[in-house]
Design a binder for this molecule. Structure first.
Ligand SMILES: Cc1cc2nc3c(=O)[nH]c(=O)nc-3n(C[C@H](O)[C@H](O)[C@H](O)COP(=O)(O)OP(=O)(O)OC[C@H]3O[C@@H](n4cnc5c(N)ncnc54)[C@H](O)[C@@H]3O)c2cc1C
Ligand SMILES: NC(=O)c1ccc[n+]([C@@H]2O[C@H](COP(=O)([O-])OP(=O)(O)OC[C@H]3O[C@@H](n4cnc5c(N)ncnc54)[C@H](O)[C@@H]3O)[C@@H](O)[C@H]2O)c1
Length: 447
């Protein structure tokens, strides 16, 4: 059907961290901008990701001191989402000069996007459509209707016995939180360690902590088959035997969401199916950019926003410059947390660098002792000759905040000696970074 044609300077598809940033930036500059969203404002992070998961983690921490029912936990999670969402159902887009269209965008041609009966026409279109949970190819798994991050915050009952497939950020964060709220959790990770993006010491210590808490961790897991049985339970066949659980939560990676019609326009994709972009953010389709998780780079809200900030600038100025390289830190909000900035020791060695490290246990410092959060450690990775910081890795309370400080130091070329010589307030978690750097300095002096 021929739709009503509407002319814009920019059309943005998707209102996650990436699309929101680009649409508002250009709208506030007075450009004529349309934003299309098919499901909800705020994307995965606000609706099914960061916000509900971090709220649940806090509630689960509290549940260790006094029991909290699943119903109460969910009500509190949803209240937090409301608070973060704010009370403007239109997301304040009119104030930012952005026309919001509800519906699923599909491409008719480069620069022509249909949504319902409308056809939006613009010289620049940004695809910021994010990802959805991927299902690993385990026979019977899809038919067993497993839970994902899209459904777990809505189930009426907490599964008594829960299998979590995947020992990455989602499986670790939700697995521990759901265990603390009362599920008997078995976590299956296909690789030989959980948190495989981290230092091996972090993976091993976190597994020890999980197991001490009562979470069963199966690494090197080979899930051969899943079946939802007549009584509603799920049977999982593995190399280690058969597990029967009440439900399964899949947290085994994401797959990109590509708008209809775009593949037919010759969209280039990478080997995993994510949209391939030039260093400036442009796709292979004329006038079409892509930003955020759908580009398959770092799948974090803060990275989506960083990428979006630069792409908005490129569109505004009509340029195609590389998005500057930056250290991308991250945190995994287990208890204790994981904080990650820069290279791991193995990555630094793979680059042929001469590497020294400094390690310090949290229990050696007063802030961790006085707050009773003595588990974990910091490990810094430095250039053996110059002491330049290459990476910093934390498994401890406040690791998420420590990763930010470490990122600042690495990005701006500081050395272990400079960090060690910087006064930090006493007693704080921040001292862990300082004194781990001091350990690296003395290690290098000893040779
Ligand atoms: C459980 C979980 C916990 C997480 N925790 C963290 C965390 O603590 N910290 C962190 O940094 N990151 C976290 N993340 C990752 C974070 O959510 C993503 O990196 C972020 O949401 C990416 O933003 P985006 O804009 O690229 O895409 P998304 O947030 O996925 O937004 C894409 C939007 O596009 C819309 N859309 C898709 N197709 C169309 C179409 N054809 N037409 C119209 N609209 C469309 C979707 O409805 C969606 O609203 C978490 C993710 C999950 C799943
Ligand atoms: N704190 C945070 O910032 C945060 C929290 C949650 C999610 N996220 C983002 O969301 C993305 C997706 O998270 P995720 O945890 O789903 O994915 P992931 O890809 O990071 O981890 C998935 C894990 O599942 C394992 N796996 C895959 N197939 C398996 C199988 N058949 N059996 C057992 N294990 C299997 C993989 O080996 C991997 O360790 C992350 O990469 C991250 O960027 C971030």
């Amino acid at each position: 059907m021929a739709g009503i044609e509407r002319q814009y300077e920019l059309v943005v598809i998707g209102n996650g961290a990436a699309g929101d940033n680009i649409a508002r930036t250009l709208g506030r500059q007075g450009r004529k901008v349309a934003l299309v969203e098919k499901a909800h404002l705020g994307g995965e992070c606000l609706n099914d990701g960061c916000v509900p998961s971090k709220a649940l983690i806090e509630i689960a921490r509290e549940a260790r001191r006094h029991p909290i029912s699943w119903t109460e936990a969910l009500a509190r999670v949803h209240a937090v989402q409301l608070l973060v969402r704010g009370n403007d159902p239109g997301g304040g887009f009119d104030r930012d000069g952005v026309d919001l269209y509800w519906g699923e965008a599909r491409f008719l041609a480069p620069g022509r996007v249909a949504v319902g009966d409308d056809v939006l026409v613009a010289p620049d279109v940004v695809v910021a459509t994010g990802t959805e949970p991927g299902l690993p190819p385990i026979p019977g798994l899809a038919e067993a209707r497993p839970l994902t991050n899209r459904t777990i915050f809505r189930v009426a009952q907490l599964p008594r016995r829960l299998a979590v497939i995947g020992g990455g950020p989602i499986g670790l964060e939700l697995g521990q939180a759901l265990h603390r709220l009362g599920s008997e959790v078995t976590l299956f990770e296909a690789l030989d360690r959980i948190a495989a993006t981290e230092e091996p010491e972090v993976s091993l210590e976190l597994q020890r902590i999980f197991e001490a808490e009562g979470i069963r961790v199966v690494t090197g897991a080979k899930l051969a088959r899943a079946e939802r049985l007549a009584d509603g339970t799920v049977a999982l066949e593995t190399a280690d035997g058969r597990f029967v659980v009440d439900d399964v939560l899949v947290a085994a990676g994401r797959k990109p969401v590509i708008p209809a019609g775009l593949a037919e326009l010759g969209l280039a994709r990478d080997s995993r199916g994510f949209i391939a972009i030039e260093p400036c953010g442009r796709t292979s389709v004329p006038g079409t950019w892509a930003a955020g998780d759908v580009t398959g780079k770092f799948q974090f809200t803060h990275y989506a926003a960083y990428q979006a900030h630069h792409i908005a600038k490129h569109i505004a100025e009509g340029v195609c410059e590389p998005i500057p390289d930056a250290i991308v830190p991250w945190a995994i909000f287990t208890d204790p947390e994981i904080g990650h900035a820069g290279m791991t020791e193995a990555q630094a060695r793979e680059r042929g660098l001469a590497v020294a490290t400094g390690m310090l246990a949290a229990r050696e410092l007063d802030w961790f002792r006085t707050t009773g959060q003595v588990e974990g450690f910091a490990k810094v990775v430095v250039d053996a000759e110059t002491g330049a910081l290459l990476g910093a890795h934390f498994l401890c309370a406040r690791a998420s905040t420590l990763a930010g400080e470490a990122c600042l130091a690495i990005q701006h070329g500081l050395t272990d000696r400079q960090v060690a010589g910087t006064i930090h307030p006493y007693p704080t978690a921040g001292e862990l970074f300082r004194w781990a750097c001091a350990r690296a300095v003395s290690g290098r002096q000893r040779g």
